[in-house]
Ligand binder design. Sequence first.
Ligand code: BDP
Length: 701
Amino acid sequence: MKYTLLFFVLLTSLCHAGAPDRDDGYRLWLKYDLINDASRRAAYARSAPFIVLNSNSPVLKTAAEELQTGLRGLLGKTVPIVASAGGKTGGIILKTDTSLPQLNDEGYQIRSQPNITISGKTDAGVLYGAFAFLRHLQTGQPIGNLALTSNPKIRVRMLNHWDNTDGSIERGYAGSSLWKWYELPERIDPRYRDYARANASIGINGTVVNNVNASSRFLTAEYLEKVAALANVFRPYGIKIYLSVYFPAPKTIGGLKTADPLDPEVNKWWADKANEIYKLIPDFGGFLVKANSEGQPGPQDYNRTHADGANMLAKALAPHKGIVIWRAFVYKADGKADRFKAAYDEFKPLDGQFEKNVIVQVKNGPIDFQPREPFSPIFGMMPQTPLGLEFQITQEYLGFATHLVYEAPIFKECLDSDTYVKGKGSTVAKVIDGSLHNYPLTAIAGVANTGSDRNWTGHPLAQANWYAFGRLAWDHTLSSEAIAREWTQMTLTTEPPSVKTVTEMLLKSREIYVNYNTPLGLSRPWTGAHFAPEPWQNRSSRPDWTAVYYHRADSTGLGFDRTTSGSNALAQYRPEVQQQWNNPETCPLPYLLWFHHVPWAKKLSSGRTLWDELCTRFYTGADSVGWLQKQWAQVKKDVDPETFDNVAGRLATQQKEAIWWRDAWVLYLQEFARQPIPKPFKKPDRTLKEVKESVQVYLVR
Ligand code: BDP
């Protein structure tokens, strides 16, 4: 008996020594913990006694090594990588096969029986197949009869990092930049490779390493060496590097007198710069450009158009097969104009004027990454210009790294929106995957939420947003729910009830946030902290950088009239879309205040007046954070304790701040609506003055 006990104690402590005690989140969804179910583990192991790799290609080598790493963790044994099956059946064969007709360049095919063959037309395709195979095992699926074929729907799937030379990140909430410019190129932080692994595992094949508000230093010889060192790390993972460029760089670092895109010397400077870059980085992806936007210089400074600017860079990159990604995020400092209309007004007339290797990158909505926006009216309206789609993964307007907001529903809402440009079913997804207008070039970008925090994203559950972006960039037909479930199984727990609970939390989180933050189509891209509630903010260097510009609260009602009686921004959409949103009686409530100035006492389709509906949403939104907390408490036994505590703490802060947001809005709007808080809700236990003071304290801090 004594010995049995001793044996047991010894065994448990040994098991413990093998498994990481606490999960710090570093491994993301590539955790590869031992599969609990011994019979499933054995079945997988029988099908994968060895990995056959008969090539020296660095990308294929990555695929084999990633498989080996994953299987080692999941199965608890090392599966050897061999050059040939030597007549033995079974085993995983990695194969590049250009003859596979059903695949596009980066697609993969996985077949079992008698061997598991993972093939692609290119080495990158095989790498994506290897990760897909591992995902299959991580999510507990059978592999006896595998017949998977998958092709990415969009060609360039990239992260945009808004990272600066000093290590800071514009709108970054998870620590500082991953890139240690001061150590590069000599020291390669092992984290660069782990970053590449994570991206490759979800099909991301491009990364812009620096801020769109770009420093010209990135184009100096000193920095290009550093960028090249990163490119070397990313290459075996099928990831190309891109740079944001500062349009007047020929002046700031080139010593020229002008940056005019039609000036021959300027053109030559860029062509020389491109040659210099490609000598160092032969597979360099290209340039991302923010120009004549929010104070950034650009071609308009020389009375040239966006097309003139983009084409000059495109010509410099074309000999090397590089591309220019030119952003359409522009708006003028005109308080009388409607910012909603600005990008369309400037870009639509330029349709057809861009070089073939230019893609115009458009944010999902017309304003700026709000918790809910209608799709940008540009989508579908530039049939002769490839349009890329830009999402923001980092939570600039979504509670930073404190609030839980699963973003797949935001991404899907835009992708699935119907532009009607070629009749019903002309979704934004079909515009940007090129199928609607046969774009030769297709791209999608997510502004990264990664940083130096050990768990990469600050909020442990925000990893799901990076993951979801990659999965949807690969295949926009996947559902938010499927992605949430998959991510939860790979990252947090495989226990079915807890998987269900976490999936449900993720799926509801966005709507909860919208309810206490910007319900019924309110928006709040005013300056300041982008976090604290300040609906009263009415002073700024620009009128369109105030809160009142957006919500337009007055004694008669609330909301921005964008119909013919107002700015008429709705006219930028197809008539079928206008029809859905034009009429305040039938406009869906989530978009109501985006398009209409609605009287406070107006009865809405919910049966409540505007004021009552607003209060209902603010209050139920804030209360629902309590629901999130209760759900999370239920999964405690199935998730790692460190992760559990981390999320629980953030949810507690979210709860407090949701009430803060609610109180700020209802107390402020009440001054205009002049109505009591409807029953059963209790009036806030602070005054408007007190909320304003608390925000002030926050801003000073
Ligand atoms: C806004 C951000 C600002 C960015 C800008 C952009 O507040 O920091 O530079 O977008 O996308 O959302 O260029």
